[in-house]
Design a protein around this ligand. Structure first.
Ligand code: AMP
Ligand code: MG
Length: 395
């Protein structure tokens, strides 16, 4: 049996990044960039008016107060001639500044009479109200660094530079194998001794909450031959296999034995923790295998504390675990030293509450939880008002 800390180190060591893929930017939200991106053009690509007004020679102010209007340059339809001192072109936000002009006087600052603008401005600085060609970014400059998580702003930025595809780390292909003779599919009536299967729903939703929407789910009974065949197939076809149940040492727990026969490297089995003690983690070729205890709260705790780390590493993230904060606990809690606990909790600003229903088979508390409170092995009883480590769950 290993400690929580040892388990986390081994998971990081055994996990690996997936090979990058090319993807349309519109399909890359929340992906991690697998390349440095350089700008293919200057932005803005021409001198652009930042305001509605008149493109002029800045040196014409305040000397010439009457400046002839020779044309207009709306956005997308530039004025094509070069202008001279004493001339101006009406421009609109985003419109191209005509050659010769070097400032824009905003329309509110002038009056128009007989095709001329009349200005009483004392001075206008060179470049006023002009977004200069390449002022935001120049061709060849770094746009975004490898490792950047693409948010909506990043995707808009790339689109503005005409970049249509990027290299990103893909989502891992995940399979969930659910084991248990007692499990009935929801929608069917329960017969004697059956319970409804819930782990595939919780795990699939947890995957969705971290942007892994497509998952292959296989539900099997406690049958050694089928367990081995299913494991073999899913390991060959997936980056990550999550097995629910069958990993303890009961007569009908076949997962451990089958994994061994399939020559899956046993990185660790059993963590000194509650819930989720009989968790298995292994690797075969380029597939990571998590044997999650079948108790629903154990399976989900192990997902949040361990599986997420591998998934994040595969996707190139540098933040690879749940966000940690330190909060004041609002009640006493009796705890023996020597075992690490993950308690379902609810945060309230700078405080955290331990929810009722912490048993491994009770998934209900997770419905109200927004965090797991981590009480490390060496910790004994907890006193109300003490600071504890809190791991925030994705929503
Ligand atoms: P196991 O790890 O297979 O020994 O299962 C431990 C407990 O979790 C048993 O009470 C099972 O009935 C329950 N269990 C296992 N798998 C599931 C599942 N997919 N959904 C709900 N409960 C489960
Ligand atoms: Mg079972």
């Amino acid at each position: 049996m290993i400690s929580v800390e040892e388990a986390k180190i081994l998971i990081v060591k055994s996990s690996f990044r997936l090979n990058p893929v090319c993807r349309e930017i519109s399909k890359s939200l929340r992906c991690v960039l697998a390349e440095d991106l350089f700008s293919p053009l200057n932005y803005p690509p021409f001198d652009q008016s930042a305001m509605d007004g008149f493109a002029i020679f800045h040196s014409d102010i305040p000397g010439k107060v009457e400046i002839e209007i020779v044309g207009e340059s709306p956005a997308g339809n530039p004025y094509k001639e070069k202008i001279s001192s004493g001339q101006s072109v009406r421009v609109f936000t985003g419109g191209k500044i005509p050659e010769g002009a070097d400032a824009v006087i905003v329309q509110e600052k002038v009056s128009i009479e007989n095709g001329k603008i009349i200005s009483e401005e004392k001075q206008i600085i060179k470049g006023a109200n002009i977004r200069e060609n390449g002022s935001q970014i120049k061709k060849g400059e770094l746009v975004l660094k490898k490792g950047t998580v693409l948010n909506p702003g990043a995707i808009g930025f790339l689109a503005s530079l005409g970049i249509t595809e990027v290299k990103v780390f893909p989502e891992p292909k995940v399979s969930i194998i659910v084991t248990g003779n007692e499990l009935q599919k929801s929608g069917n009536p329960l017969v004697n001794g059956q319970i409804y299967e819930s782990n595939s729903f919780a795990l699939k939703s947890a995957l969705e909450s971290i942007n892994i929407p497509s998952v292959n789910i296989v539900i099997i009974g406690d049958d050694e031959k089928i367990t081995k065949e299913t494991l073999s197939k899913e390991i060959n076809n997936s980056d990550v296999v999550l097995v629910s149940g069958g990993i303890s040492v009961g007569k009908y727990d076949f997962v451990g034995k089958c994994l061994e026969e399939l020559q899956v490297e046993n990185v660790f089995y059993k963590i000194s923790q509650k819930p989720g003690k009989p968790m298995f983690f292994g690797r075969k070729n380029d597939c990571l295998i998590f044997g999650l205890p079948g108790n629903p709260a154990s399976a989900l705790s192990c997902f949040y504390e361990y599986v997420i780390t591998s998934l994040k590493i595969m996707q190139g993230f540098s933040d690879i675990s749940l966000k940690k904060v330190c909060l004041k606990i609002i009640s006493d809690y009796k705890k023996k030293e020597g075992l690490s606990l993950f308690l379902k909790g609810k945060t309230m600003e700078d405080k955290v509450e331990i929810l009722s229903g912490q048993e491994s088979n009770n998934i209900g508390a997770f419905a109200f939880a927004d965090c797991l409170i981590y009480l490390p092995a060496e910790k004994g009883n907890v006193k109300s008002g003490e600071f504890v480590e809190v791991h925030l769950l994705p929503v």
